[in-house]
Design a protein around this ligand. Structure first.
Ligand SMILES: C[S@@+](CC[C@H](N)C(=O)[O-])C[C@H]1O[C@@H](n2cnc3c(N)ncnc32)[C@H](O)[C@@H]1O
Length: 175
């Protein structure tokens, strides 16, 4: 009986995830959920300037893998993940609580956030969203803020450097 309940619950969560992801991608133009792999994240962290305490945002954090690896690699960072898909947010929230992580998770559309306190921002999104974020970064981010984008450049900015990891370009910007 309990097993059946767990299976039904898991199917329900998967269904809600699938429908909301479909709606977000096809009707709102949001990036779909695809995770950055661990090796890429470790390479990105090694190539960026991180001296705690910094405030790092992962915009559209999915499973917040970037933040989880950053937390282990550089203790003392302040880390905030922003995700608007409810099913991903709640599963992740539970996982972070159980692992006693200090990462904060916000269930929000990051386009409605003010990013003025960010020291570093990590994104893996899509071209249209990076164009919208480019205007936001221009208005809100302090000089010196680091922005790192996997695969999708910010059209309003010239990158300080780019690297290639596993056939994907990583763009590093400094405001
Ligand atoms: C390509 S995935 C990247 C996940 C994670 N950052 C990583 O690199 O492993 C993009 C994520 O951004 C989320 N997302 C897209 N647009 C968003 C928005 N406007 N506000 C919050 N989350 C958003 C999606 O739901 C998805 O989980």
């Amino acid at each position: 009986m309990y097993l059946l309940l767990i299976i039904v619950l898991a199917l329900l969560i998967y269904f809600v995830f699938f429908v909301s992801q479909f709606y977000n991608v096809f009707f709102k133009g949001y990036a779909p959920f695809i995770s950055t792999d661990r090796e890429t994240i470790k390479t990105i962290l090694a190539a960026s300037s991180i001296n705690p305490p910094l405030l790092i945002y992962e915009l559209g954090c999915g499973r917040a893998r970037f933040l989880r690896i950053a937390e282990k690699t550089f203790p003392g960072l302040k880390l905030i993940g922003v995700e608007n898909l409810a099913s991903l947010y709640y599963i992740n929230w539970l996982r972070l609580k159980l692992s006693l992580s200090k990462i904060k998770l916000w269930k929000k559309d990051f386009l409605t956030l003010n990013l003025q306190d960010a020291d570093l921002i990590y994104c893996y999104l899509n071209n249209e969203t990076m164009r919208k974020l480019g205007d936001k970064f221009k208005k809100e981010c302090r000089p010196g803020t680091q922005i790192i984008s996997r695969s999708f450049p910010i059209p309003q900015f010239v990158p300080e450097k780019t690297i290639a990891v596993k056939n994907k370009k990583i763009y590093f910007y400094k405001i």
